[in-house]
Design a protein around this ligand. Sequence first.
Ligand SMILES: NC(=O)c1ccc[n+]([C@@H]2O[C@H](COP(=O)([O-])OP(=O)(O)OC[C@H]3O[C@@H](n4cnc5c(N)ncnc54)[C@H](OP(=O)(O)O)[C@@H]3O)[C@@H](O)[C@H]2O)c1
Length: 486
Amino acid sequence: MCMSHMVDLVIFGGTGDLSTRKLLPALYQLQRHQLADRLNRIIATGRGELDPESFRNEAHANLKKYLPQDSWDEAVWERFCQRLDYVKLDAGNAADYAQLAELLNQSEAPGRLYYLATLPSLYGEICQQLQNASVVNEASRVVLEKPLGHDLESCRSINEQVARVFDEEATFRIDHYLGKETVQNLLALRFGNQLFHPMWNNTFISSVQITVAEEIGVAGRGSYYADTGALRDMVQNHLLQVLSLVAMEPPASLKATDIRDEKMKVLRCLEPITGENVKKRTVRGRYGAGAVDGEAVKGFLEEDAFHHADNTETFVALKASINNWRWAGVPFYLRTGKRLSGRYSEIVIEYRRQSFSLFANDPQELTNKLVIHLQPQESISLHTVNKKPGLTSKLKLQPVELHLTDESQNKGDSYDAYERLLLDAVHGDQTLFMRRDEVETAWRWIDSIIGAWDENSTPIKSYNAGTMGPNAATALLAVEGHSWHE
Ligand SMILES: NC(=O)c1ccc[n+]([C@@H]2O[C@H](COP(=O)([O-])OP(=O)(O)OC[C@H]3O[C@@H](n4cnc5c(N)ncnc54)[C@H](OP(=O)(O)O)[C@@H]3O)[C@@H](O)[C@H]2O)c1
């Protein structure tokens, strides 16, 4: 094994929920798939007094709990656990960093990857302490978990503090949506197929919908959600990232800079939503009591932590406009919410109807659609029409779905988004990570909506848990002759 490319990974927040459910299972899977050859040690940190052996025992139990059953292999674990270590570390305590430094300095691996999965308010301090402890070298990188701030100002402040220690080329802002196979497949679909590329514009496409629906409520996320709401929690990052990949111009190459330049241009072309148009362009919602999956659930304000959070939306739907040559006049409808009737994420590209129809039974709703499912299953289907089979004298149409997904993907070759992103971070590939200007531009757009909501006292409409949000979200599209793809 050549040590010159090896990387030691340090996880801040290594005992937390994200690390337990996502990061360690993803790292184990990399080991299982023999993709961990550039990973040296994995050092988890937390404030608890744990010896490394106890940490490994906990990791063993948690991995068995969170990994798919058929992924567990005791022999893989034996190799994986040799990499695992634990250091007690309080973000503000310089002495704890000295302990970490001692461990890192014993390593032959020149690369260091610091994964920050604690409260983002600690990111600046952690970076500074790492520098003070002299454990940041030219081969060091940092991964930052979301949320990066609460608004543009706080996002800038975190970015500034991190930038004092790590260059932009060494800073990896994660959005796990970008690690999904189907999101990356968007690039192949758009730019690898003559069939789609020439029609990817306002001449052929009538609307784009992006939905991220969740069945779960917000219990367990404490006061974080009360101060955040659906717009900041989901639209600022996941939905705008997906939107920018759907809408971007062909990049000069597949290099990170070229792709990120094009995504950035889309974000800059987003028409601001202001006090003038906010009521027509956005819907805020909050779930009341209802039933999800046959079980009665409480309303948001009935949860103990959220009694006073009566200005927090748990649902948002909005119409975004991208003011450029390709997309002028095409609405991008975004919606996301908690306690909805299903858990799924999808992108729907709806094509314009033909201007004339030869067929008597051509129902209005049978438009061509390209539906890209991101969650729970990843797949792509093209909704078309063909002839209804039979001997009737008149040609009749019927809908038919063409599935464009490689079936082998769902038979074992699939991987979790965190596997892809951790691997890319270890290899130093920034393509699927957000650049500073992207994140800040997205915040500027979101801040304008929040400012307009405050200025107009935009009401929050209630919806029953277990439905797809307030009726006003249906009306948002209906006034323009569209409807949500269900
Ligand atoms: N959980 C998710 O699915 C998810 C998804 C996307 C993004 N995120 C983001 O990832 C980050 C972590 O989330 P989480 O859900 O894992 O949180 P969590 O379960 O509350 O864990 C927080 C972690 O941070 C450590 N920590 C807290 N205060 C610290 C301090 N002063 N010094 C050093 N370590 C400290 C905790 O360790 P000790 O308690 O042992 O000290 C624990 O390991 C957050 O920024 C969150 O927004 C989480």
